[in-house]
Design a binder for this molecule. Structure first.
Ligand code: GLN
Length: 425
């Protein structure tokens, strides 16, 4: 069979390619020289399948798309308190290069605008050593991309020579004691960070690493913890698209980050990473064709975060009363799927409402493929409460997904329902 996803991506690409509105960023001379017609689209699944179309292997500078990843590295190096102490997480509704700091504390409003990104850059270990800091960032970004990335020296020189606004921002941070280093050193380091070369394919893999809870789908490396991923995705959701963040969230509904060279990366938690590259920008500094492509992905693939998930009702696959080998009666509850709070609540409620529960209760979780922390705790508590009411409980859990330890008494663990009912296997 001819694979379906590349055809779909090519279809999105050709329909969005018709739009040649927008303009190249010119404040960085090197970006003004980009080929405006380039257009690449890529999708990486969380299990490492990468689909690409168009100019998806063309290299361009990562620019602002580095910000969420360096924020992740700063959180890893310094911990949450130290980072939040320096940079807030409030959407600013301002353009990315706005000269703004929080009035009372002098903190940048968030790590996605330049003020916050400069402060974030300066938090990367090791202290004081400009060169080492950049090396740590390049290797961190490489871990996200699953390959060794390099810096475009020409783009760096081109931007750093005219980075007057970023210098102003760094000086402002320094004046509020938010920066302990020489402002110009921080601007140079941050500009090198923005000059790391990536392809659309790399961005899709980087996004998929976040979608996969911080584990690279291509190398298997644990790049950052799930708790840091959660923080980064939250900030991307509220601040990733600058002063169009609200519009983006309501129409596209995917945590995303754009960059002034024309890249956009989007993360579908637990599913996949998406990326586009097309250099013409709209008034907010976001790629025109990229925004269009993401609107189509979201609509056609049903990717909007706020799209309401199917109700948890289906967690109880079957409920039946059966006769056991010894003649006693058992109620067998077969559960299925991914169980989270709402699914576990369904199980709790069903049992609480059951006034004729048989002496023996069997929970069959053979077809349950995941139970989150709260659901696991709720199901274990249900077992204990039924036992306290005088019943015997058997958990059929061949993969030990519920982590139940049988107690040699009323709490039992088996691998099959047949065994739970006392029949020979
Ligand atoms: N290096 C660029 C800057 O600091 C990044 C901006 C962006 O991509 N939006 O201005």
């Amino acid at each position: 069979m001819r694979p379906l996803i590349p055809d779909y991506l090519a279809d999105v690409l050709s329909s969005c390619a018709e739009d040649d509105s927008g303009a190249l960023a010119t404040y960085i001379p090197e970006l003004a020289r980009a080929d405006p017609n380039r257009f690449g689209v890529a999708l990486s699944t969380v299990d490492g399948a990468v689909y690409c179309t168009g100019d998806s292997d063309t290299e361009f500078t990562i620019q602002s798309i580095s910000k969420p990843f360096v924020y992740a590295l700063a959180l890893q190096d310094r911990g949450f308190d130290a980072v939040l102490d320096k940079i807030d997480v409030e959407p600013s509704g301002d353009p990315y290069n706005e000269l703004s700091l929080e009035g009372s504390t002098g903190r940048p409003l968030n790590p996605m605008i330049n003020a916050g990104a400069l402060a974030t850059h300066a938090l990367i270990e090791p202290d004081g050593d400009v060169q080492a800091r950049v090396e740590r960032i390049v290797s961190g970004l490489s871990a996200f991309a699953g390959r060794e990335l390099t810096i475009d020296e020409a783009a760096f020189e081109s931007e750093v020579g005219t980075a007057y606004r970023n210098r102003a921002l760094a000086n402002m941070l320094r004046s509020y004691d938010n920066l302990v280093f020489e402002p110009l050193d921080v601007v140079r380091g941050y500009t090198r960070q923005c000059s790391v070369l990536v392809t659309t394919r790399d961005l899709a893999v980087m996004a998929a690493t976040l979608a996969n809870g911080g584990v690279s789908p291509v190398t298997g490396e644990h790049v950052i913890s799930p708790r840091i991923v959660r923080q980064v995705l939250s900030v991307m959701t509220t601040c990733g698209m600058y002063d169009s963040a609200g519009d983006w969230l309501s129409t596209v509904g995917i945590p995303a980050k754009s960059g002034v060279s024309g890249g956009i990366l989007g993360v579908l938690p637990g599913q996949s990473g998406l990326a586009t590259f097309s250099p013409r920008l709209d008034g907010h500094g976001n790629s025109v064709r990229g925004v269009r492509a993401f609107e189509r992905f979201s609509d056609q693939m049903g990717l909007h975060l706020m799209e309401v998930a199917p109700p948890a009702r289906g967690v109880i696959r079957a409920e039946r009363e059966v006769r056991m080998a010894d003649g006693g009666l058992a109620d067998v509850f077969s559960l299925q799927g991914a169980i989270r709070f709402a699914g576990a609540e369904r199980v709790v409620r069903t049992l609480a409402e059951d006034t004729h529960l048989a002496p023996h209760v069997v929970f069959d979780v053979t077809y349950v493929f995941s139970v989150n922390r709260v659901a696991g705790a709720m199901l274990r508590e249900v077992a204990q409460r039924i036992i306290a009411d005088g019943h015997i409980v058997t958990i059929v859990d061949p993969e030990e997904i519920l982590s139940i330890t049988p107690d040699g008494g009323p709490l039992r663990l088996t691998r099959t329902v047949t065994e739970a009912l006392g029949n020979k296997v």
